[in-house]
Design a protein around this ligand. Sequence first.
Ligand code: KG4
Ligand code: ZN
Length: 337
Amino acid sequence: MSDSSDAPILAIETSCDETAAAVCCGSHILSNIVLSQIPLHKPFWGTVPEVAARAHLRWLLPVVERALKEANVSISDLAAVAATQKPGLIGALLVGLTAAKTLALCTKKPLVAVDHLLAHIYAAFMATNASPPCVALLVSGGHTCLYRVESVLDAVLLGKTIDDAAGEAFDKVARMLNLSYPGGPAIEKAAKGKRPAIRFPRSLLGENSLDFSFSGLKTAVLYYLKGQDGRGRSEPLDVDVGEIAASFQEAVVDVLVEKSLRALRATGIRRLIVVGGVAANSRLRQALASTAAERRFELFIPPHNLCTDNAAMVAGLAHHLLKAGRIAPLSIDAQPN
Ligand code: KG4
Ligand code: ZN
């Protein structure tokens, strides 16, 4: 979507629980440093906003220094400084955005404010041959949305979750199954080689809906674990955790595939990109790939490290914002929602 002769942009991503900085020339990644806070949040089975903000504060400058060093770029070489401005945890966003503003002010470089969700979508344009127009399925810990992507800078929301995000459901079910945090990789591992023998409900919210709902599925797993799955048992089961994990994963995958097909049908577009942390799931990738071959649409999914939160996708999108003259004022505020 751009080439390596573009001037480097430094981007900062601190919207949730990854402290990340990257330097990119257009779509060409010179460095992409991600310091995961997972060990800090693991004991709580979820991201603790205050812990996340404090860790960003402690780790951000070393992460930025490492990104510049690995890219072999000095601050004076930069075309701009970018940061995720929305959406995310307010304390976490503020750390990254304030750092970017300060760097921009001190070095007299333009500031670029980036939407985290558009940046996730951009990861597909950056790392694959995909280009707009396309349908984007964004599946992460905080979001499950379908978009019609008109251009790199412009996506129209088609549907979203009315309760839990897909990644959130993975995280909560992993906790029920006593696996570990984050739940997605833990469930994927437990499900490996297991049959999805339990038929958990697939909530499709009516025939044409492009919205998602995962809370009923989560409750169904809970009831199953309690032995109250409507089959008259009231005693806890001697459960096969792997089989439950595989059955839950299959239900989520079925819903994501069906909703993506609906969005392709509704828009008449034959190109699907899938981004966000849950797009790292190999069963989802496999199911989408076979559906794409069968139904004859193009499918693009970025590699794992660009599916989960990272700053390279922010730098990549910032390049297009900068080219379009979308420079942010230093007074810009972080927006949590
Ligand atoms: O995009 P991301 O890194 O952060 C957010 O913006 O939320 O996504 C994190 C989410 C977590 O809920 C995690 O459990 C899920 O992505 N995830 C996965 C896998 N890897 C990460 N879900 C299913 N399978 C995976 N392999
Ligand atoms: Zn994200």
